[in-house]
Design a binder for this molecule. Structure first.
Ligand SMILES: [Zn+2]
Length: 344
């Protein structure tokens, strides 16, 4: 297990980028830090963050995630005697910089510029290497800093994706329980409660409170995504946050040339898998999705019914993970597709 119980650095709120240097100094002293970032909007954000530093900081702009380029960056970081890496960006930047920090055995701070999935604070790296997706296991980041002012400016679609990836947990934990009944797979209940609690708290926050305050809304989402990441570290696998809805999303990635955002796919697929599981959460999830304008229809999002059915058929084969899809016949699947309304 990669968990250690010393306190981590978790800072969420307005204007955090202005205080990044003091957060680093408070926790690491006068450390030689390096910053890894991406292109376009992300690069601009990183440049803006650096303006608040009163000393020079090595900044590396990630161009791709090919292993030879990653090795080159690792060499440069070692040569420059960098002892802490801050990743500023979205999924790919954070995953790559986390992996680099892990390879050279120095702490990593996650500074997400969007909340599009639970990878903002997780022990799993998914990296596209020579067109293939590779999964690697790393420790959790040493900390995470989320500036809600920056997240507010990200496209709304990316926030919806983060919500979809989080709600997927409700379907994933039920798959885990189904597998336990049918295959005897062991359940880590600490991880299961964390994952389910993460999704549940956000779901009922949206349904029961005034969500007009954007900072509170984004803080709540960030906290829930962090809990989701920790659940995977506790379980030692992605099991608590990735079930049949994720398998379907991985198949959609494979079938479609240009898939939707990961969290949007997983979040819509979860309406179908929760329906297949006869989950009591489904009405609340649909109500919540409606209230935030999360897409309830795959077809209206550009995925045809045929493509979705192919993805459902491919799902049990794409990864060895027992889910509700393993115990339902064609007719039950057909009924759940209809009932869920996602292909309307
Ligand atoms: Zn996910």
């Amino acid at each position: 297990m990669d968990l250690h119980f010393s306190p981590r650095i978790i800072e969420i709120g307005k204007g955090k980028s202005e205080r990044l240097q003091s957060i680093i100094e408070k926790n690491f002293g006068n450390v030689n830090a390096g910053l890894i970032t991406g292109g376009n909007r992300v690069k601009q954000i990183a440049e803006n963050v650096i303006t608040h530093f009163n000393s020079k900081i090595l900044t590396i702009v990630l161009k791709n995630t090919l292993s030879e380029d990653i090795k080159k960056i690792e060499k440069e970081i070692v040569k420059e005697n960098v002892k802490l890496i801050i990743g500023i960006g979205g999924g790919s930047v954070l995953d790559t910089s986390k992996l680099i920090a892990y390879h050279i055995n120095i702490p990593f701070l996650s500074f997400p510029t969007t909340l599009s999935n639970d990878g903002i604070y997780s022990p799993i790296v998914v990296i596209k290497n020579d067109k293939r997706l590779k999964r690697e296991w790393t420790p959790l980041p040493e900390g995470i800093i989320v500036d809600t002012d920056i997240i507010k400016d990200a496209p709304y679609n990316t926030i919806l994706a983060g919500i979809g990836d989080l709600i997927a947990n409700l379907s994933a934990v039920q798959d885990w329980q189904i597998s336990s009944i049918h295959t005897g797979e062991e359940i880590n209940y600490e991880a299961l409660y964390l994952s389910k609690g993460a999704a549940e708290r956000f779901l009922y926050y949206i349904l029961s409170q005034d969500t007009q305050n954007k900072d509170k809304f984004l803080t709540n989402l960030t906290e829930s995504l962090i809990m989701s990441g920790i659940s995977m570290a506790v379980a030692g696998s992605s099991r608590p946050a990735s079930g049949s809805e994720h398998l379907i999303s991985h198949c959609l990635d494979r079938i479609m040339g240009k898939p939707l955002l990961h969290g949007i796919q997983a979040g819509i697929a979860a309406i179908f898998t929760l329906s297949l599981q006869h989950s009591g959460y489904l009405p609340a999830v649909k109500k919540m999705y409606k209230s935030i304008s999360f897409p309830l229809s795959l077809v209206k999002s550009g995925v045809t019914k045929d493509v979705f059915i192919s993805a459902v058929e491919c799902a049990p084969e794409i990864r060895k993970r027992f889910t509700v899809l393993n115990i339902k016949d064609k007719k039950e699947i057909e009924n759940a597709i209809k009932e869920s309304g996602i292909t309307e």
